[in-house]
Structures are given as structure tokens and as C-alpha cells.
Design a protein around this ligand. Structure first.
Ligand code: NAP
Ligand code: GDD
Length: 348
């Protein structure tokens, strides 16, 4: 019988890639979507428009225990991937209260409802390299102490500990993915990689004339989201629950990302990038570099995209998008493009 999986955050970058991956593996895929997404499907469901005939969507919110309990009382799941979160670090400085409320309580609601209704479901928590924040060692591995630098990072540390606690206290199969930054053409436009590649495309096409950024010296270990969702699935196929760092083992600065992205269209970043101090964060995570040797050894996981591949793919997709030549709805996020949503995909 096909396995049944539930994905919170299915409309996000990772959720869309994970849904595709699980469908390829013949899973029955269900996802949580917010009511606003149902009311504005063309834009809010655009990353998963191409999957709508093959997945079941449940209206609900991380802010409502009742909505989560209701879904888990109707369907039994083999695997639950909890990806939904307020995921933008800068926004967590602007409104730390809502980030902490959604990310910590939302994780707790899902774990508590699972414990009550289906304690044998395997649970994945989307932990983050932001938990390391101001890291005490380089590279960061599973044993590196946490030192979060933002309300977002703090919320992920709490989610990590909730996940470990449900594993230890109730014997549930709960794992933490400690994922470093991962990107791709479906990345939200607020994150720096997509902000850069979309600006490169618009500048090249004469639609913009500068790119304003904050800290160009910040360094990240950037991988491709399609590689990272494979790791999420592998973590839930192991005989025992455990926590894993997922990273490429390379670190690059925002400046380097810009230089390669502009070079891809024959331009020089220095001619177009301006530093805007208003985009600096109150506390920065300066350097992230992950050691994924445990994942490589135990899961047999390794990344397949290079840093350069990632940038080239993102720049080319944004060029196609802004010149009106993009065909795939999944890559037209935030543009209002893409076919309408068949109501049959929505479960009530
Ligand atoms: P994303 O594109 O921002 O997607 C976030 C998802 O969470 C969206 O589906 C969003 O729904 C949903 N969501 C937000 N608030 C919600 C709420 N109150 N109720 C229900 N759903 C809600 O994020 P991502 O890049 O795919 O990341 C997935 C997860 O991995 C997140 O938890 C993120 O913090 C974590 N993570 C990401 C990275 C990375 O580099 N991408 C690295 C480490 C960890 P809407 O579409 O309705 O807004
Ligand atoms: N967003 C953004 N916009 N970031 C900028 C800008 C800008 O204009 N200018 C410089 N940066 C720098 C940020 O200060 C940060 O050091 C770096 O670029 C990356 O920022 P983001 O792309 O916003 O990602 P993030 O590293 O803060 O967070 C992402 O990765 C985490 C894993 O480490 C998100 O996906 C998180 O959800 C995830 O947990």
C-alpha cells in the first residue's frame, strides 16, 4: 500500500519540492494550507499548481490547535513533515512575537496532536543552521552548541528541543533536520539569493537600475532545495530517529553570490549593487559552514548541485520569468501567473 505523508508548509519552497519527491516515490501526499491561500489560489498556491490534481489540501493554520487536531483525527499518516513557519529572519526582528508564537506553538500543536491521535507517525522538524547563529566552531555539526541570533533562531532552537523531548518522553519517531541555507528558482523573493537573481534579470532586461542590499560580507553554506528535501525523506526511513546536519561543506559571501550572478548575464556587480544600511540586521549571523558527514555516512546523502549550478539555474529562470517566457507554474511564484486551482484538490 502507498505510504501517506502530511506536509505543513506545502505551499513554500521546500514543501513544493518535497511534495514532488514524495509523489515520485508513489506516496499519497496531503498538505496544510492557510485559508488565505484558498481565497487567493493563483498566487498563494503557485508553487504547487502543477501538483493540484495529485495532492489533498487541508485548510488550517499553525495558530490553531483545533485545525491540526481535526486533520489528524480524519487521516492517519505514516510520515509528517513539519515545514511551515514564519521563515524570514529579518521579519522575526520586526515582529518577534508572532514568529515565536507561530513557530514554537505551531510545532508544539503538531507534536501534541500526533501524540494524542497517532503516536506511531514519523515526524520531521525543519530545524535550521540559524540555531548555531554565532557559531562556537567551524564547521558546524550536530554537536555544535546553539547560539541563536534572532527571534527566528530562538524559535527553531525551541522547536528542536520540543522534537527531542517528544522522542525521549513518549518514544515517538521524531527527527530534526539541521538544514543550512537552500535555494532554487522557487525561493521567496525576500531572501537574498532570489532578491539578487531577480534583480540581475530585471537589470539585464532594462526593468531596474540598481540592487540595494545589506551585509555583503555575510557567508552562507548555500545548497539546492531539491537536494535537501531528499535528505528529509531519508531521515524518516532510518531504523532509529536521529538528528542530522544537511549542508554542502562550502561557504560563500553574499558579495561572491552577486558577482557570479551578474557575471552570468555579462554584467559587473560593482556597477549595480548599493549597500543600504537600513537592510543590516540588529544581530547578524556572519558565517555558516556545515559538516554533513553524518548524513553522508548514515543516510548516504550528498548534494548534487554546485554553487555555480544553483546561481546559473536561478538567474536563467528569472530571465525567463521577467521576459515572459516561463512556462512552468511552479517557478512563477509571486507573479500572479499560472493556471487556476481545481477545487477538487481541496479537502474540507
Ligand atoms: P517558505 O518558502 O517561507 O515556506 C513557509 C511555509 O510555511 C509556507 O507554506 C507558508 O504558507 C507556511 N506557513 C507560514 N505560516 C503559517 C501558518 N501560520 N500556518 C500554516 N502555514 C504557515 O520556507 P522554506 O524555505 O520552504 O522552508 C521550509 C522550512 O524549513 C521552514 O520552517 C524554514 O524555517 C526551514 N528552513 C529553511 C531553510 C532554507 O534555507 N530554505 C533552511 C533551514 C530551515 P503560505 O504559503 O500560506 O505563506
Ligand atoms: N534577505 C536579505 N536581503 N538578506 C540580505 C540582504 C538583503 O537585502 N543583504 C544582505 N543580506 C544577508 C543577510 O543579512 C544574511 O546574512 C544573508 O544575506 C542571508 O539572508 P537570507 O537570504 O534572508 O537568509 P538567512 O540566512 O537569514 O535565513 C535563511 O536560511 C536559514 C538557514 O540558515 C532562511 O531560509 C531561514 O528560514 C533558514 O532557517
Amino acid at each position: 500500500m502507498a505510504k501517506r505523508a502530511f506536509i505543513s508548509g506545502i505551499t513554500g519552497q521546500d514543501g513544493s519540492y518535497l511534495a514532488e519527491h514524495l509523489l515520485d516515490l508513489n506516496y499519497e501526499v496531503h498538505g496544510l494550507v492557510r485559508r488565505v491561500a484558498l481565497e487567493e489560489p493563483q498566487r498563494r498556491l503557485s508553487r504547487i499548481t502543477h501538483l493540484l490534481g495529485r495532492i489533498t489540501l487541508h485548510p488550517g493554520s499553525l495558530e490553531s490547535y483545533a485545525s491540526i487536531f481535526h486533520i489528524f483525527s480524519r487521516y492517519e499518516f505514516d510520515e509528517v513533515y513539519h515545514l511551515a513557519a514564519q521563515s524570514f529572519v529579518a521579519e522575526s526582528f520586526a515582529d518577534g512575537f508572532s514568529t515565536i508564537q507561530i513557530n514554537i506553538n505551531g510545532t508544539h500543536y503538531i507534536l501534541a496532536a500526533l501524540r494524542e491521535l497517532q503516536p506511531r507517525a514519523k515526524f520531521y522538524f525543519a530545524g535550521s543552521s540559524e540555531m548555531f547563529g554565532k557559531p562556537e566552531e567551524v564547521p558546524q555539526r550536530e554537536t555544535t552548541p546553539f547560539h541563536p541570533r534572532s527571534p527566528y533562531g530562538i524559535s527553531k532552537v525551541a522547536g528542536f528541543h520540543l522534537t527531542v523531548n517528544y522522542r525521549e518522553a513518549y518514544g515517538m519517531f521524531c527527527v530534526n533536520g539541521m538544514l543550512f541555507n537552500h535555494e532554487g528558482p522557487r525561493r521567496g523573493h525576500e531572501f537574498v539569493t532570489r532578491k539578487v537573481t531577480s534583480a540581475v534579470a530585471r537589470i539585464k532586461l532594462g526593468l531596474a537600475n540598481e540592487l540595494r542590499l545589506g551585509n555583503l560580507d555575510a557567508r552562507r553554506d548555500w545548497g539546492h532545495a531539491a537536494d535537501y528535501v531528499r535528505a528529509m525523506h531519508l531521515m524518516l526511513q532510518q531504523p532509529e530517529p536521529n538528528d542530522y546536519v544537511i549542508a554542502t561543506g562550502e561557504t560563500h559571501s553574499v558579495q561572491e553570490f552577486c558577482e557570479l550572478a551578474f557575471a552570468e548575464v555579462g554584467l559587473a556587480a560593482s556597477d549595480w549593487v548599493r549597500v543600504d544600511e537600513r537592510l543590516l540586521r540588529p544581530a547578524e549571523v556572519n558565517l555558516l559552514l556545515g559538516d554533513a558527514s553524518k548524513a553522508r555516512r548514515v543516510l548516504g546523502w550528498k548534494p548534487t548541485h554546485t554553487f555555480r549550478d544553483l546561481i546559473v539555474e536561478m538567474v536563467r529562470r528569472d530571465l525567463a520569468l521577467y521576459s515572459g517566457g516561463l512556462e512552468r507554474a511552479a517557478d512563477s511564484v509571486g507573479t500572479g501567473l499560472g493556471p487556476t486551482t481545481p477545487p477538487s484538490a481541496l479537502s474540507r
